[in-house]
Design a protein around this ligand. Structure first.
Ligand code: MOS
Length: 763
């Protein structure tokens, strides 16, 4: 591709291009998993255990089976062709490894014990209610205090001698921070429609990874991968709860096979609080040692993370601890504590988000103890290289995040004493915290097709979970060809397309960019070659390297076509004497299309990338307003400054940080899945009792990207942005709350009851 043709179209990289799938969603034309209907479709409804631990003593579905429309009842001992899946990390991951109805044991409240399939949803629901299950119940263990744990507590990242350094530290902090169980609540609930045709099964799913889902379900159902197709064209987000399959998928597939009819199953909102993952409870003890002038000498991060009875899920709270600050003595220890809860799952920024609540809260407490400004403390201890891995950073501008944010909020005017700042009759508190998240380039395949109707198709078995992935593909194709966006068709969310990445770990964008760029460039190269060699082509006899493609047209490099009034979103191309639309070249060559593919080589196989520590960084400055006389707390402003490499779509990128800041606000002030100690039931398993932020809770949000390209990660310099924005929000708010009220809350969420302890009684 000639560089002299790039600037005009290439400027789309970084632009705030509106989502190309937006009109389909806003007009209701986008079909989500359970929107799919087929002739003969039957409906499945799952039955949940009503105890948190024990055994099924008696299962009686006789009444249910006689009810109108009932076709099938699945339960322990009666489910066909469902096998156990053993995770093989690189190639397939499942959330709940136990096959549905595998035994008579109950491991957590809400566990599926049966599913009823009927002609209509109403019939299936009625019959599900008529299933009678008797249990031998035991008291479940859902104790939220994890400190009784006696099992192994493996050490990681040990350097120096942290215990000795802590013992001799002139200034030290030793506090324990708790983050509760948070439940993923994407707008779209989980669901599956399973359709068998002969030996082939198609699953209409809501998954963040169609390829992983296909791999896992092929083993769960015992059919070859080639016979399993997973379709997830639109997803109402996932936040990590849809990364890997849950049992409803196998239930639908098994029932559909047995009945030889399409089967639909939905997991309702209430079930989502027990059956489709959560961010587990964490309890983290942080010990910091420092010199009198604020240089860190020791960090000890000992954490417990809760998991289920059957799945070894660890919330890696210590992942950021080894490299965020420069510190000679450090250790992280992990304790995985089993409780009678469903399988946890990654949730937006797993590990980092609760981990940084603890570490960054402790840094704020250290700053106060040192009588030092918390921004200054962080600048003073910023790491020059990754001291955990002993590697240089590929690109780290965290200091600039802090100085930019400080400038924006006017930090130099902050007075450190609690409740010392007032505005409009309210007490104002300001707090700050840092954020980090890893970056990588994971494998991806993509194909690009130049079509005879003047359109370009791009295909990849990744998916858009609402983040803007469709649009990123179109931007890359436009950047390299100049074909207007409304002539670019992006096909994602189907496992029959070239294997693409899971939308997870904030790694989809950095994975798809190289594959798509390679594919489109190689399609253009072939087009120019064909234009030069085909007798009927207007460019016959030219050399391919004398030709270029601009605005979707092939032309002689020496004279770029002058296209008047072209816009990326219109078909406003105009033929000039020099430019020939690419489809005319296909016609001249009698070609049905030109297809080319591209591949992203993963950073973990790249000798150069392996020499660097790859991470994104950022920070939040939060402001709270506190009205002590009525005990009202509001988050009024959040400034978020992020260093995530080059931003490919400023609109979608900003949306990610905004949404994550709101989710972080929910973590700080509202979200807490409470398990009844007697039954193990999540008692606030509904939107009336599980509080998430609504518009009235929202502060003024302000997002800044530093936009330094990280060329170690890919040729665009783009890292990921999906998760990092949630890290650092809760500790920034907790620190702002301390600054306003004098109350340090170490146990999230921050409640009014906590703030009633404040000595500040009037504003
Ligand atoms: Mo993210 S927790 O990998 O969806």
């Amino acid at each position: 591709m000639a560089t002299d043709t790039l600037p005009r179209a290439a400027s789309i990289i970084g632009a705030a291009v509106p989502r190309i799938d937006g009109p389909l969603k806003t007009s209701g034309k986008a079909r989500y998993a359970v929107d799919h209907n087929f002739p003969g479709l039957a409906h499945a409804v799952a039955v949940q255990a009503t105890i948190g631990k024990g055994k099924i003593r008696n299962f009686d579905s006789s009444a249910a089976e006689r009810m109108p429309g009932v076709l099938l009842v699945l339960h322990h001992g009666k489910i066909d062709s469902v096998y156990r899946f053993y995770p093989h990390e690189a190639d397939g991951t499942i959330n709940e490894g136990r096959p549905p109805f595998a035994d008579e044991n109950i491991y957590y409240w809400g566990q599926f014990v049966a599913a009823v399939v009927a002609e209509t949803l109403e019939q299936a629901k009625a019959a599900a209610n008529a299933i009678k299950v008797e249990y031998d119940a035991e008291t479940p263990d859902v104790n939220p205090d994890l400190r009784d744990f006696q099992g192994p507590r493996p050490e990681s990242w040990l350097r120096g001698n942290p215990d000795q350094a802590l013992a001799s530290a002139p200034v030290a902090i030793d506090e324990t921070y708790v983050t509760p169980v948070e439940t993923h609540n994407p707008m779209e609930m989980h669901g599956t429609v399973a359709v068998w045709v002969g030996d082939d099964v198609t699953l209409y799913e809501c998954t963040q990874g169609v390829v992983n889902h296909r791999t896992v379900m092929s083993e769960v159902l015992g059919v070859p991968r080639e016979n399993v197709r997973v379709i997830s064209r639109f997803i109402g987000s996932g936040f990590g709860g849809k990364l890997f399959p849950w049992p409803q998928s196998a239930i639908a597939a098994s029932a559909a096979k047995t009945l030889n009819r399409p089967v639909k199953i939905s997991v309702d909102r209430r079930m989502m609080f027990s059956n489709t993952g959560h961010r587990p409870l964490t309890q983290q003890r942080i010990r910091l040692g420092a010199t009198q002038d604020g240089k860190l000498t020791a960090i000890r991060h000992d954490f417990f993370t809760q998991t289920s009875q059957l799945d070894d899920f660890v919330e890696h709270c210590g992942e950021q601890t080894p490299f965020l600050y420069s510190c000679p003595n450090l250790v992280v220890t992990t304790g995985m504590v089993r409780r009678n809860v469903g399988a946890p799952a990654p949730m937006r920024g797993p590990g980092a988000v609760p981990g940084l609540f603890a570490l960054e809260s402790a840094m704020d407490e250290l700053a106060i103890k040192l009588k030092m400004d918390p921004v200054e403390l962080r600048l003073k201890n910023d790491a020059e290289r990754d001291e955990g891995r002993n590697l240089p950073f590929s690109s780290r501008h965290l200091k600039e995040c802090y100085t930019t944010g400080a400038e924006k909020i006017g930090w130099k005017n902050r007075t450190p004493q609690p409740a010392s700042m007032r505005r409009n009759g309210k007490v104002i508190g300001w707090g700050v915290a840092g954020a980090s998240w890893s970056a990588a380039r994971i494998p991806c395949n993509a194909s690009v097709e130049l079509c005879p109707n003047g359109r370009v198709c791009v295909r990849c078995a990744t998916q858009d979970i609402g983040t803007g992935t469709y649009t990123i593909f179109a931007q890359v194709v436009h950047a390299q060809t100049g074909v207007p966006l409304d002539r670019i068709d992006v096909f994602l969310g189907d496992s029959s397309l070239p294997d693409g990445p899971t939308s997870g770990g904030s790694m989809a964008t950095s994975a798809v960019l190289p594959a798509t760029t390679t594919a489109v460039n190689s399609a253009v190269t072939r087009l120019l070659h064909i234009a030069a060699v085909v007798p009927n082509s207007p460019f016959h006899g030219k050399k391919p390297d004398e030709l270029a493609m601009t605005d979707g047209m092939v032309h002689l490099k020496e004279s770029t076509p002058q296209v008047v009034g072209v816009s990326i979103n219109s078909g406003g191309r105009q033929l000039t004497p020099n430019g020939v639309p690419f489809e005319e070249i296909l016609k001249a060559a009698d070609l049905g299309s030109i297809v080319a593919s591209g591949k992203t080589n993963p950073s973990f196989d790249d000798p150069k990338a392996k020499q660097y520590s790859l991470h994104s960084y950022g920070c939040h400055f939060a402001e709270v307003e506190w009205e002590p006389d009525i005990a009202r707390l509001r988050v009024s402003r959040i400034f978020s400054i992020f260093d995530c490499g080059r931003i490919i779509n400023k609109g979608a990128g900003t949306n990610q940080i905004l949404g994550a800041a709101v989710m972080g606000l929910g973590m700080a002030l509202f979200e807490d899945t409470i398990h009844d100690q007697r039954t193990g039931q999540p008692i606030n398993n509904n939107f009336a009792d599980y509080i998430v932020p609504v518009c009235a809770d929202l502060p003024d949000l302000d997002v800044t990207f530093l936009d330094y390209p990280d060329l170690i990660v890919n040729e665009y310099g783009a890292r990921g942005i999906g998760e990092i924005g949630m890290a650092g929000v809760a500790p920034a708010i907790a620190s702002a709350v301390y600054h306003a009220t004098g109350v340090r809350v170490r146990n999230l969420p921050i409640r009014i009851e906590d703030l009633l302890k404040s000595d500040i009684h009037e504003a």
